[in-house]
Design a protein around this ligand. Structure first.
Ligand code: SAM
Length: 279
């Protein structure tokens, strides 16, 4: 099954800027999968976006059978293109797969499942976690990451509040929807997983140059900004967003070579959870 997840072609370029910050998190996932699997067996990487951490896993562990999947066909196409560029295409399998419906994957078939920054987005988390549990082998492992803190979301919320003259509810596609440990651990345990470990780790966020950073800021409320712009009622919505964004981001710029880049003063925090399906 395929569907639009809000992570389509238009925003891929902007996500690439965000993604450069996530390299240490993917390295940590690779290290964890290595420890848990010994670099052998099968890994189903769900919500892989443009192919992370699938590609790093295939590169690090030649004997591991890695399947790179996402519910968005655009993302899977992007992952295929990037894997070709990196000479990893033949080392991976690719499939469009929705976390909420893994019926294409046999029960108990996966030694490991990875879900990096993915469980926050399906409409039905309980169903998604149950599906992940179903496809995991008894004795197999889930390695997953979720956000606890994303300081740039606060910056963007301030910009949107000033732009619209009102506070917005959390965005429909909310990276912080599993901020509280219980929001993920409850469904994992209800599905039958045992939590083996949970770590909180920092990520420095660099949002790119003056030309890029404000556009990255539009990612969270993209659909609303597009709608407002198209309605014509608010004039140049993206131009206004940029002006307010740059006012609020004053003081966050650092020199990086020849250009100034926006570096968030506080790090983002992600949580890495390792969960086991009992034998
Ligand atoms: C923030 S990206 C994470 C990408 C990658 N795993 C990483 O670590 O950078 C979230 C991904 O979840 C995907 N996604 C959203 N809802 C999904 C669902 N129901 N099933 C599978 N993937 C989904 C999106 O298409 C997007 O590629």
């Amino acid at each position: 099954m395929s569907k639009s997840t809000g992570f389509d072609a238009e925003v891929l370029k902007l996500y690439r800027i965000v993604n450069t910050n996530l390299v240490p998190m993917w390295a940590k996932i690779v290290e964890t999968v290595g420890k848990e699997s010994g670099g052998k067996g099968s890994v189903l990487d769900l919500a892989s976006g443009p192919g992370n951490p699938s590609m790093q896993l295939a590169e690090a562990f030649p004997q591991l059978k890695v399947k790179c999947t996402d519910a968005s066909p655009d993302m899977v196409d992007k992952a295929k293109a990037l894997a070709k560029e990196k000479g990893l295409y033949d080392k991976l399998e690719f499939e469009v797969l929705d976390l909420e419906d893994l019926s294409a994957i046999p029960s108990g078939s996966q030694d490991m499942v990875t879900v990096s920054l993915g469980f926050m987005f399906p409409e039905d988390l309980k169903k998604s976690v149950e599906e992940v549990h179903r496809v995991t082998k008894p004795g197999g492992t889930l390695v997953t990451t979720v956000w606890r803190e994303v300081p740039m979301m606060e910056l963007v919320a301030d910009v949107m509040e000033e732009l619209l003259n009102k506070k917005l509810p959390p965005p429909a596609i909310n990276p912080l929807s599993l901020k509280e440990n219980s929001a993920l651990d409850g469904p994992l345990q209800d599905a039958g997983f045992e939590i083996k470990s949970s770590e909180e780790l920092p990520i420095t966020f660099n949002l790119g140059t003056r030309e890029e950073a404000w556009q990255v800021g539009t990612l969270f409320d993209r659909a609303m900004l597009n709608e407002l712009q198209e309605s014509g009622e608010e004039g140049d919505v993206f131009g206004k967003f940029r002006t307010i964004f740059e006012e609020k981001a004053e003081g966050m710029w650092i020199q990086d070579g020849d250009s100034e880049v926006l570096c968030m003063p506080d790090p983002g925090i992600y949580r890495l959870v390792v969960a086991k399906k009992p034998l």
